[in-house]
Design a protein around this ligand. Structure first.
Ligand code: C2E
Ligand code: MG
Ligand code: MG
Length: 746
């Protein structure tokens, strides 16, 4: 929603009203209906009010006229009953011409007429009219209204007859009611000799009492009143409208302010404080809600940014991680066709594992941070250095038009990492190997490109490390071959392709064979004999080493059980077997199945075993020791801190690595190490076995240095089990001849 708002240009009209394109202001939705309602009311009032007011005024005038007429009728009736009747009874005459007759009183009709005349004003006239031909009013003619009223009232004696007329240029209201005969009237009329009609009955309509009122003033007044009302309503409506607009403006302004702030926020501006926060009304609530929303959004954005950063960066070094590096490669690949070549350089640290293992993880971590710093100094702006995991790093170098661009970068990196690092008080000499792949050229897909650089790295490492290699397509073929080997290795055990070879170990005190070392061989169906150095690491990687190791143990024990009693068998164990926790059980079952006494089994471990989870390892070793199994430290002297392990576990034997024996004649240092180890072994009561003895000279020197046992091609190469007896015989013969020529042996 914020994006939507941000994408809409905010405009204000001249009046300051807020307008979104295509949307109406809230103000208009208030003003337009109000205007319409006010206009409708004004039209309605203008159209109907004057007529209604006049009508009401006329109704009022009618009522007043009827009232006057009724009063006149009451007066006549009263006069007839109580005046005329009494007077007649006392002998006074009632006459229509009473004015000329001194002792008479007026007859009721004359009385009423004269009284009405006396009451009449300019605006109201009362009269009594009748078509009845009383001799004194003979010839009297009723006008049109009176005729119609007479006809109407003859049918409805209690009704009234009303009409508006223009008389003499004036507007008048004429109202007539019936004048009815009462008992005294009937008695008088029916007995009077002058009366032309003598069959009157009580209630008969004898005439009309008519009231004529001038209504010019009434209608004028009503019209004026109605127009005043119209004007008042128009004014009130306009006032209401103005009031509403003012209220609307008051509401719109803060809304506009808040919308402007939302607009800014959506546009990425940071608003510290929002307007109208202190208002106590609904707008204040909206402002506060908005600020809270802004804070939450900021908080969420911060958290999201952190999570995104964490998801794309390495927590230890802060460098981009594999995910970000992969994205960067993909981005770079999309630009390759625009003549923007680049190189991917993969590197991993030589000897890092042993640093990590010997000096501990905190030192390893600090070293990685230092390496990351150094790598950053090697790259140009726009290039990327990432940590892919462990001690693996990768670089993306843009604009590599020439392979030398990348190779000189690789040289820079190797140079930067070959200077010793001072980490947590330790001076550590670390090196690196680099593999390089190019785009375009080597691969067209990010994964494949990284894989290509990785294969080049693999080659650089297997060529001795501390160097770089460019990817070549045949490396891919090698990797494929390795992958095929992995598949084949998984099937080797069930297919019975393994074979154990034995190499004799000879005592230097009496030149007798003390035992044989079991060395595993794989008869690959198509590749022939594969050396253990080629397949053991793969077996460790794919997790096949435990079952293979158990098979070797079983086979070696079973073979050794058929040898002379004094001859032992030595079996190499992989560090992975120590991790599986099945080791002790495997050893026990191999011994039980073969019947070989535990003392005749020797297991050889390398220092890598001692590096991992020492407490568990020591426990396993002690369990094996308590079975009676002998334990030898293999390849002694090649690791970082072999010596420290001798203190931690009482090994039965130290096997001096063949590199010391090989270099013994030329290198003074090797000789010194060798002497130290044999001395140490003698002091600790451990057997020292020299590996890789190939010459008589080596044999003699080792004997002179106090080494207790030797093993090597001088006596025999490792051979199948069927050759064990032959080996024993030939060594005995060989040694016999040595004894025969003691001067030579010395
Ligand atoms: P290792 O335990 O140090 O075995 C000695 C290696 O030195 C053997 O190589 C052996 O053939 C070789 N060797 C012996 N005498 C001489 C000599 O005079 N000159 C030279 N140049 N080499 C000599 P191999 O059989 O290729 O085994 C290599 C490594 O593979 C072994 O080193 C051992 O660590 C491992 N290995 C062999 N069999 C097994 C096994 O069953 N399990 C495990 N986990 N590792 C094994
Ligand atoms: Mg060995
Ligand atoms: Mg060895």
């Amino acid at each position: 929603v914020l994006d939507e708002i941000a994408s809409q240009p905010l405009t204000f009209s001249k009046t300051g009203f807020l307008r979104f394109p295509g949307r109406k202001s809230l103000l208009w939705s208030l003003a337009v209906p109000t205007c319409m309602v006010v206009a409708l009311v004004v039209i309605a009032v203008g159209a109907f009010m004057p007529a209604a007011v006049v009508e009401a005024a006329l109704d009022d005038a009618v009522m007043r006229s009827v009232h006057t007429a009724e009063q006149m009728r009451t007066l006549r009736s009263f006069y007839s009953e109580h005046v005329v009747a009494a007077a007649v009874r006392s002998g006074v005459r009632a006459s229509a011409t009473y004015k000329t007759e001194p002792s008479s009183i007026p007859v009721p009709t004359t009385f009423v007429l004269d009284a009405a005349e006396a009451f009449s004003t300019d605006s109201i006239k009362v009269s009594l009219v009748s078509p009845y031909p009383w001799p004194t009013r003979a010839g009297r003619v009723l006008d049109r209204f009176e005729t119609d009223a007479w006809t109407h009232l003859a049918g409805t004696p209690d009704g009234r007859f009303v009409r508006r007329e223009r008389v003499g240029g004036r507007e008048v209201l004429r109202v007539a009611i019936g004048d009815r005969m009462d008992a005294s009237c009937v008695a008088c009329h029916n007995s009077n000799a002058l009366s032309p009609k003598r069959d009157w009955k009580v209630g008969d309509v004898r005439g009309l009492i008519e009231v004529v009122t001038s209504i010019d003033a009434v209608t004028r007044g009503a019209e004026q009143l109605s127009w005043k009302l119209v004007v008042s309503i128009v004014l009130a409506g306009s006032l209401l409208l103005v009031l509403l607009l003012l209220i609307g403006m008051r509401l719109i302004r803060p809304l506009r302010d808040l919308t402007a702030v939302i607009h800014l926020i959506a546009g990425g501006h940071d608003q510290e404080t929002l307007p109208h926060l202190d208002r106590g009304d609904e707008l204040g609530t909206v402002a506060r809600a908005l600020q809270s929303l802004q804070e939450q959004t900021k908080e969420r954005a911060r958290a999201e940014a952190q999570i995104t950063h964490m998801a794309r960066h390495d927590g230890l070094t802060g460098l981009p991680n594999r995910v970000l590096f992969h994205q960067e490669m993909q981005r770079a690949l999309t630009r390759v066709h625009r003549d923007e070549p680049f190189a991917v350089l993969c590197l991993d640290l030589d000897r890092f594992k042993s640093v990590n293992d010997t000096l501990g993880h905190p030192v390893g971590d600090a070293l990685l941070v230092e390496v990351a710093q150094r790598l950053k100094t090697c790259i140009r702006e726009g290039d990327m250095v990432a940590r892919l995991g462990g001690d693996e790093f990768a670089l993306l170098q843009h604009g590599t038009r020439d392979p030398t661009d990348a190779t000189s970068m690789a040289e820079r990196i190797i140079g930067a990492l070959s200077t010793p690092c001072l980490v947590s008080g330790h001076t550590i000499l670390i090196g690196t190997s680099v593999g390089i792949a190019f785009a375009p050229g080597d691969e067209s897909d990010a994964d494949d490109l990284l894989k290509a650089a990785d294969m080049a790295l693999y080659r650089a490492k297997s060529d001795g490390g501390g160097t770089f290699r460019l990817f070549e397509p045949e490396m891919d073929a090698r990797m494929q071959a390795r992958r095929l080997l992995e598949i084949d290795l998984g099937l080797a055990l069930p297919n019975n392709e393994f074979q154990v070879y034995y190499q004799p170990i000879v005592s230097l005190s009496d030149y007798r064979v003390t035992g044989f070392e079991a060395l595993l061989r794989w008869n690959h169906p198509t590749q022939g004999l594969v050396p253990p150095s080629d397949f053991i690491p793969i077996a460790e990687e794919i997790g096949a080493i435990s079952s293979i190791g158990a098979w070797v143990l079983g086979t070696a024990c079973a073979d050794a059980a058929r040898w002379p009693d004094e001859i032992k068998v030595a079996v190499n164990l992989s560090p992975m077997q120590f991790k599986s926790r099945m080791l002790v059980a495997d050893v026990v079952s191999a011994l039980e199945a073969s019947g070989l006494p535990a003392e005749r089994l020797e297991i050889e471990i390398t220092e890598t075993v001692m590096l991992q989870d020492t407490a568990t390892t020591l426990e396993t070793l002690n369990q094996l020791r308590s079975l009676g199994v002998r334990i030898a430290m293999d390849d002694f002297g090649t690791g970082y801190s072999s010596l420290s392990y001798l203190r931690r576990f009482p090994f039965n034997k130290i096997k001096i690595d063949q590199c010391f024996i090989r270099d013994m004649s030329e290198e003074h240092e090797s000789m010194a190490v060798l002497r130290a180890i044999t001395g140490l072994g003698a002091n600790l009561g451990m057997v020292t076995t020299a590996e890789g003895v190939e010459t008589l000279e080596q044999l003699c020197r080792l004997r002179a240095e106090g080494c207790t046992e030797v093993q090597g091609y001088f006596f025999s190469k490792p051979k199948p089990v069927e050759e064990v007896a032959n080996m024993l015989r030939s060594i005995a013969r060989q040694m016999g001849s040595l004894y025969d020529a003691p001067g030579k042996a010395a």
